[in-house]
Write a protein that binds this ligand. Structure first.
Ligand SMILES: [Zn+2]
Length: 300
């Protein structure tokens, strides 16, 4: 979930290597596009000539941005979401990574500013420097130059349609009775056919499922002040990692400390398992890297 969400664009991930990607269920997206189209055409003056294709790109990016912020409603995040982005609760389960004050935490959409959280306000344009206002401008400015002023009329029907189509889930949270939106995990489908698109102006890259890539061609850059547009990119430079993830045998590093502080029995067992691992006779979870002080190593 993290590999395709919060950490999807950090390092050699499956998505960046072009090995796989998760994308919104296309049938649900079809439903989500049709409902708000007439509402926006009729109720936001400058959007009378809004096309289905442009609205689809707008929704795709709203969903993509949320996924890249880690806004997927996994049950592990229920309490975190209910407490409006309190990172302290993320560290309670022992299997979860620690989130410090400087850690990048999962972000969700919210109807109000929640200070000191990764949650993004999406409904209002007043004094709003949020990504959603910039994205609405990038997407619709050729139809209505002042479109960011109408964000409070664009986002509510959009979010409602995404909820009704089963792509997003809306929750009322305990902190301040606010509404929060996150991606439903069952609305995300894994695709192994990945294409890369690159902004012609700033070279920002995105990945998309192959049958979704056509919608992104010519779409405005997600760096909302760039003004460029995406075109399909060659992805040969990622071929090594895509091949490795697709066909290679990945060996997990199992590291242990080899120190005089260990009991003799524990240390000798570790040594036997390490030697067996080196001969290819051990179990996958046997240590294959030992960290030892040089003095202890020489003494042995
Ligand atoms: Zn760009």
């Amino acid at each position: 979930m993290s590999e395709h969400g919060l950490r999807a664009r950090l390092g050699r991930t499956l998505e960046r290597a072009g090995a796989s990607i998760v994308r919104p269920d296309p049938r649900r997206l079809d439903d989500a596009v049709l409902t708000p189209l007439p509402i926006l055409q009729n109720e936001v003056g400058g959007l009378r000539r809004l096309s289905e294709e442009r609205l689809r790109v707008f929704l795709l990016a709203v969903l993509l941005h949320l996924r890249q912020q880690g806004g997927i409603l996994h049950p592990f995040l229920d309490e975190y979401v209910n407490q409006g982005g309190n990172t302290f609760v993320l560290g309670r389960p022992r299997h979860m990574p620690r989130f410090g004050p400087a850690s990048r935490a999962p972000g969700f959409y919210s109807d109000a500013a929640l200070p000191r959280t990764a949650f993004e306000r999406v409904l209002s344009s007043s004094g709003n420097r949020a990504w959603s206002a910039g994205w609405a401008s990038a997407c619709f400015a050729e139809l209505e130059p002042l479109v960011a002023e109408y964000l409070d009329r664009i986002m509510p029907p959009t979010l409602t349609a995404l909820v009704c189509a089963g792509l997003l889930e809306e929750r009322c949270i305990a902190r301040g009775c606010h509404r929060v939106w996150g991606l439903r995990p069952d609305a995300l489908l894994l695709s192994l056919n990945v294409e890369r698109l690159r902004c012609a102006r700033c070279h920002h890259e995105i990945a998309a499922a192959s049958d979704e890539a056509g919608y992104w061609e010519g779409a405005p850059c997600l760096r909302v002040f760039c003004g460029g547009a995406y075109a399909r990119a060659r992805s040969d430079d990622q071929a090594y990692y895509r091949s490795l993830y697709g066909h290679g045998h990945v060996h997990r590093v199992v590291a242990r400390e080899h120190t005089s502080l260990l009991d003799r029995d524990v240390r000798e067992t570790m040594e036997r398992r390490f030697i067996a691992s080196g001969r290819g006779e051990g179990w996958p979870w046997d240590p294959n890297v030992l960290s030892a002080t040089s003095t202890f190593g020489i003494g042995r």
